[in-house]
Design a protein around this ligand. Structure first.
Ligand code: COS
Length: 380
């Protein structure tokens, strides 16, 4: 067992830390309030290689391992989870899916631009009536010979209006249930493809979340990912890796809130001494630190599993379940340690608390993670 990072991993971690402090931090509160997408920041993250981290350099990626990606997600999320979710979706759900299952032509056409951040992508599975119950797809992709025709609505799509490329999961043959589902690449601007209004969210307000409407959208057959009927497996396999990215995001949110609470507790005085000298606060910090370290081990282990060719459905689900719970509990405690100031936007912890909640919901709710975990340990 080796718990140390390589020199390269440490350098990448430092690069992400510097970028988060210098570029994400200054306007993070304004972006949250105005629900402003971090356009310039995303461009810079593309230049740094953060948008196609695990993609082979021959397709424009950084060719790094999953652990490096997790380290970057953690550092970005300490400061700005709205920016890190853009990184997570582009890396785990779009680039990974295309690189692993796409055709050479699809990789040349789309992946090369997605991995450099020239464009970003979106992953479109959820629907008004199919969130956790992902096999109940109502969106249809009817086979018309050389093309499909898509009709339906997708909900809560991250990068909804900023993406140029959308991976859309839709039902081709209802009788075949999940085996009749396909994953199709749809380009922005396709006739009949409409972007719905932006959602007004509790957290990660800088990221743009939209519904998408498809009215007789024609997609050439060469834009299908994998064989006919592979779409549901594609979604499940892609989400299994995505969960490691969201677990890293949750870990970063928790660590960011803890670091702020630790600093504040050494500065703020009450009853004649710094509040960190009061056991009530010191014990909170001890719990937070222990839980974050436990979450970090689960998240890094899941990344290690993926990098070493092990199954990561179980370790990724456990990492997401636990890290998101720690993110929620830690951020609530960070607000408590800040007292009245914790309730004020300038101190950042209230935003981290709002941002933490989504990590228990997207890319599989905590309840879905428990289904994945329990089925895995019970093997049914
Ligand atoms: N990797 C590969 N295949 C998988 C898989 C995985 N991780 N998980 C499920 N599958 C396959 C199954 O093997 C099955 O295929 P076969 O019939 O060929 O064996 C198929 O998918 C259906 O699986 P299952 O019968 O288990 O489906 P369920 O309806 O019971 O649902 C869960 C399984 C709950 C795990 C799935 O629906 C899920 O993950 N839901 C949450 C979706 C989600 O994360 N939504 C958020 C959207 S992105 S923000």
């Amino acid at each position: 067992m080796n718990f140390s990072l390589t020199e390269e991993q440490e350098l990448i971690q430092q690069a992400a830390r510097d970028f988060a402090q210098n570029d994400l931090f200054p306007e993070v509160i304004e972006r949250d309030e105005a629900q402003r997408f971090p356009k310039e920041e995303v461009r810079k993250m593309g230049e740094l290689g953060f948008l196609g981290m695990m993609v082979d350099p021959k397709y424009g990626g950084s060719g790094l391992d999953t652990l490096s990606y997790v380290l970057v997600m953690e550092e970005l999320s300490k400061v700005d989870a709205s920016s890190s979710v853009i990184v997570s979706v582009n890396n785990s759900l779009v680039c990974w899916g295309l690189e692993t299952y796409g055709t050479e032509e699809q990789k040349e056409k789309y992946l090369t631009r997605l991995s450099t951040g020239e464009i970003i992508g979106a992953f479109c599975l959820s629907e008004p009536e199919a969130g956790s119950d992902a096999t109940s797809q109502k969106t249809t992709a009817i086979d018309k010979g050389d093309h499909y025709v898509i009709n339906g609505t997708k909900n809560w799509i991250t990068n909804g209006s900023s993406a140029e490329v959308y991976l859309v999961i839709a039902q081709t043959d209802k009788d075949k249930k999940h085996k009749g589902i396909n994953a199709l690449i749809v380009e922005k601007g396709a006739e009949g493809f409409e972007i719905g209004p932006k959602e007004n969210k509790l957290g990660i307000r800088g990221s743009d979340t939209h519904s998408l409407i498809f009215n007789d959208v024609k997609v050439p057959k060469k834009n299908r990912i994998g064989d006919d009927g592979f779409g549901f497996k594609f979604a499940m396999k892609t989400l299994a890796g995505g969960r490691i990215g969201i677990a890293a995001q949750a870990l970063g949110i928790a660590a960011g809130a803890y670091e702020l609470a630790l600093k504040y507790s050494k500065e703020r005085k009450a009853f004649g001494t710094e509040i960190s000298n009061h056991q009530a606060i010191a014990f909170k910090l001890a719990d937070m630190h222990t839980q974050i370290e436990a979450a970090r081990h689960l998240v890094y282990k899941a990344a290690w599993d993926k990098d070493n060719g092990n199954d990561y459905d179980l370790s990724g689900a456990m990492a997401k379940l636990y890290a998101s719970q720690v993110a929620m509990e830690t951020t609530v405690e960070a607000v408590q340690i800040h007292g009245g100031n914790g309730f004020v936007k300038d101190y950042h912890v209230e935003r981290l608390m709002r941002d933490a909640k989504i990590t228990q919901i997207y890319e599989g709710t905590s309840e879905i993670q428990k289904i994945v975990i329990s089925r895995s340990i019970l093997k049914r």
